[in-house]
Design a protein around this ligand. Structure first.
Ligand SMILES: Nc1ncnc2c1ncn2[C@@H]1O[C@H](COP(=O)(O)OP(=O)(O)OP(=O)(O)O)[C@@H](O)[C@H]1O
Length: 789
């Protein structure tokens, strides 16, 4: 049997199982004898002796909250779990059992103190902790509802490095041991108790060296509870497996080898159940717990008398309170001193025991030597296989969600193409034409006849307003005629017209006079040769469109005049001529400008939502925690998500591009390969940002706030809806460093200018996106690694 040493005490598991034969200090008389001996042969625990235990915790201090308002959970706690023992961890709800266990499995950090698990420090290279040496059943169910029992156990078996054959054999054993239903049943359809048993089976599947079970028997009927305990006793019999179990059924822990009674951040006692009952003269373990609690309160009473009444009502055995009675010089670390471990302070007795002989002492577990490649290898094949399979299965099982994820960008892009950037037609335009007095029959003259005398070259423009309104009508069909300027303005103020045009009575005549003899044009002539325009300026886009229409209608009218008079086509137009654009099309609309940014924004933010949602769901259900304890690393989790989601993203990207270019005919002049790559890389960037969000945020709500909070600044600052050059200089700098700025510019250059990767504004988008992927991914990996408890 393995020897058990703690603080110098050497106690074999036989001692624990047969307390009568134990040489453990177990009586008050022994206490006194040891007190005498203490000064002669004190023996402190050594690192070597700590490494021989399955678990050894020393001076553990852990608090939550701020330093101003700390919530101290572990307060100098010592704990020793010998190999091959069943250790029952008892304590009131909220006393810190789960916190202690998560420190042991390496998922939370102590504020101070040290922990040794299976000979190594949790998290150190080669310790196997977290890893397959541990089987961890957390308090919450922490299973995938949409998986079957078999799939669940296969996942955890694969993580532990088992082959599919081995897993299948173990599944049969687990099903009969834990009386599980058919392995093909979905976890979500099982009862609460059945789900707990599947959770327990998942911890047991790989036959670990150290089993840590947080309340495994909740919701389990007494018969099955007994068979679970029998199994625990069975597996620990060989000494290879150690079990730490928490439970609220104090009575069931009588089958444990050692019980740790936790209260106030420390252990009241750490002892075999029979010894506890004998020593504290209790009728049951519950009775002992109560008495020890009172003893602890007595110690406190020296500082406070609040508990006096309670304490006085409880009958106590005639034993001293060791921790209270000890002199300071007699204090040392305590824990694992079977028969003498009443912990009232972070210190305790220095235990004097027979010295550890080489024959009794087990050599500490050697940390497996890892070669250099294994040390730097961030991912294990069997982990990746299990994770990728799990992620794929999750997606496929949630087919509705998958269809939505793929369909959503299609809907969004379709909406964008249909709704944004098009030219509004039929805007209500109020026309007051004093020249015709709204009598449009006057306009029924032959406008194809040239109004210039062929011999004298005199112009005889007739009702030029008719020609102008005719051209305007081709652009905006909804011309509403008013008799007076007042009536038109009054209606426009009520919102019935976007613009009011007033054509003076002598418009044509004055215009002609001004053109033929500008030197002698008086102010009356100038005033009457001008069309007055009143705009509703509340909508800039609309104002811009109508102004453009009025100008273009005039240009078209004079061009037409030149045409019918067989004059050179640009004779009357402004002496500024716009040729075909270098890039883009002459009458491009806002859709073409905004499309690159919108495509990237859709892909980016859907990836953020998809990834952060998946990660948070996994974390909040406790699955992430459980996987991490099984030895999965943050890097593996992130890359497994990337591997699966990249396919979803590729489909999303292809669909969005098909909608944009094939269906709605948005400009696409660049190399399709590079365009696709940039879109997919942007999705990848969004995915890694989603990882970061899920690592930074503890709840769905904060994650949603963060994702939504970053959406608008990104859209506003990345040049998606307005040119960056028009922003405040400070914002231009900020914009420069945002993830969608360079990629939007790059995509726009490829789509509209047809540029390829060798042009700086194109490749800078790829570089910027790659840098952001690395930054997000690295930060997420570091957070997953270091953000504990
Ligand atoms: N992440 C956290 N942040 C702040 N406080 C926490 C956190 N986790 C636990 N606590 C607090 O620490 C205390 C101990 O919690 P813990 O879950 O370890 O108790 P427990 O003994 O396992 O309880 P139970 O038996 O009910 O499961 C509780 O008061 C709890 O509110």
């Amino acid at each position: 049997m393995p020897a058990y040493d703690n603080e110098g005490a050497t106690i074999s598991m036989e001692d624990v199982r047969n307390p009568d034969q134990s040489n453990t200090v177990s009586t008050i008389e022994d206490d006194l004898a040891i007190k005498r001996l203490r000064r002669l042969r004190p023996q402190k625990s050594t690192i070597s002796s700590r490494r021989q235990q399955a678990v050894c915790v020393r001076r553990a201090y852990k608090k939550y909250g701020t330093s101003k308002n700390p919530n101290v959970i572990l307060d100098g706690l010592n704990m020793t779990v010998p190999k091959g023992a069943i250790y029952g961890l008892l304590g009131a709800s909220g006393c810190g059992k789960t916190t202690l266990l998560s420190c042991i499995v390496g998922r939370r950090r102590l504020n101070s103190g040290e922990i040794w698990v299976l000979g190594g420090k949790p998290g150190s290279p080669g310790s196997g902790v977290p890893g397959p040496r541990i089987g961890y059943m957390p308090q919450e169910i922490a299973l995938f509802g949409e998986f079957t029992i078999k799939e669940t156990m296969t996942y955890f078996g694969w993580i532990a490095g088992m082959s599919t054959n081995e897993v299948e054999k173990r599944i049969d054993v687990m099903i009969s041991l834990l009386q599980l239903p058919d392995a093909a049943r979905y976890v979500k359809n099982l009862s609460g108790g059945q789900q707990r048993r599947v959770s327990l089976a998942s911890a047991l599947i790989h036959d670990p060296e150290l089993l840590i079970l947080d309340e495994p028997t909740v919701g389990v009927d007494p018969v099955l509870r007994q068979s679970i305990w029998d199994h625990l006793v069975e597996i620990t019999r060989g000494g290879r497996t150690t079990v730490i179990i928490t439970t609220h059924y104090i009575d069931e822990t009588k089958q444990a080898n050692i019980i740790g009674l936790m209260r106030g951040g420390r252990f009241l006692a750490e002892e075999s159940p029979s010894e506890l009952i004998r020593r504290y003269q209790g009728e049951s373990l519950e009775d002992v717990f109560l008495k020890l609690a009172v003893l602890q309160n007595r110690g406190k009473r020296r500082r406070s008398s609040i508990l006096a009444d309670v304490v006085d009502k409880v009958e106590l055995p005639g034993i001293p309170n060791p921790a209270v009675d000890l002199e300071e010089s007699e204090m040392g670390e305590i824990s694992g001193e079977f028969g003498d471990n009443v912990s009232m302070s972070s210190k305790g007795r220095v235990v004097v025991t027979p010295e550890l002989t080489p024959a009794d002492a087990l050599p500490p577990d050697e940390e497996p030597a890892l070669n250099r490649l294994e040390r730097i290898k961030p991912m294990k094949w069997h982990h990746m296989k299990a994770l990728i399979w799990k992620n794929t299965l999750s997606l496929v099982r949630n087919f509705g969600v998958l269809a939505f994820i793929i369909g959503l960008p299609v809907i969004q892009m379709t909406l964008f193409c249909l709704a944004v950037g098009h030219y509004p037609v039929g805007l209500p335009i109020a026309v007051v034409d004093y020249e015709t007095n709204s009598n449009m029959t006057l306009c029924d003259y032959n406008m194809d006849a040239c109004p210039q005398d062929k011999e004298s070259y005199e112009w005889n423009l007739t009702l030029f307003s008719c020609r102008y309104l005719e051209a305007l009508k081709k652009r905006q069909s909804n011309l509403i005629y008013y008799p007076t300027e007042e009536s038109a303005m009054s209606d426009a103020r009520k919102g019935n017209a976007k613009i009011v045009i007033v054509i003076p009575k002598n418009f044509t005549e004055s215009l002609q006079d001004r053109m033929t003899d500008p030197r002698h044009a008086d102010s009356f002539t100038i005033d009457n040769s001008v069309i007055d325009v009143h705009l509703d300026d509340t909508n800039k886009q609309m104002e811009w469109i109508l102004s453009k229409d009025l100008s273009l209608a005039f240009a078209e009218t004079v061009d037409r005049l030149a045409e019918v008079c067989q004059l050179p086509s640009r004779i009357f137009s402004l002496p500024v001529h716009f040729h075909d654009p270098i890039y883009g099309v002459t009458d491009s609309d806002f859709t073409d400008f905004a499309a690159p940014g919108v495509i990237l924004t859709i892909i980016y933010f859907l990836a953020v939502a998809l990834t952060s949602g998946a990660m948070l769901a996994e974390r909040n259900e406790g699955i992430l925690e459980r996987s991490l304890v099984s030895g999965i690393t943050g890097t593996e989790i992130l890359f497994s998500h990337v591997t699966v989601q990249i396919f979803v993203m590729a489909i999303q990207s292809i669909m969005v591009m098909l909608i944009s270019f094939a269906l709605f005919g948005l400009s696409q002049n660049g190399p399709l390969g590079w365009i696709s790559l940039l879109v997919i890389m942007t999705g990848l960037c969004g995915m890694t940002f989603g990882f970061l969000v899920s690592c930074l945020c503890d709840t769905d709500r904060t994650a949603t706030y963060m994702a939504l909070g970053s959406f608008l600044p990104m859209v506003l600052l990345c040049g998606i809806i307005w040119p960056i050059e028009a922003m405040h200089i400070l914002l231009q700098w900020i914009s420069f460093f945002l993830p969608l700025t360079k990629s939007t510019e790059s995509l726009r250059s490829m789509l509209q200018r047809g540029w390829s990767i060798e042009i700086p504004s194109v490749y800078s988008g790829f570089i910027s996106t790659s840098i952001w992927i690395v930054v997000y991914l690295t930060t997420s990996i570091l957070l997953l690694k270091f953000k504990k408890g």
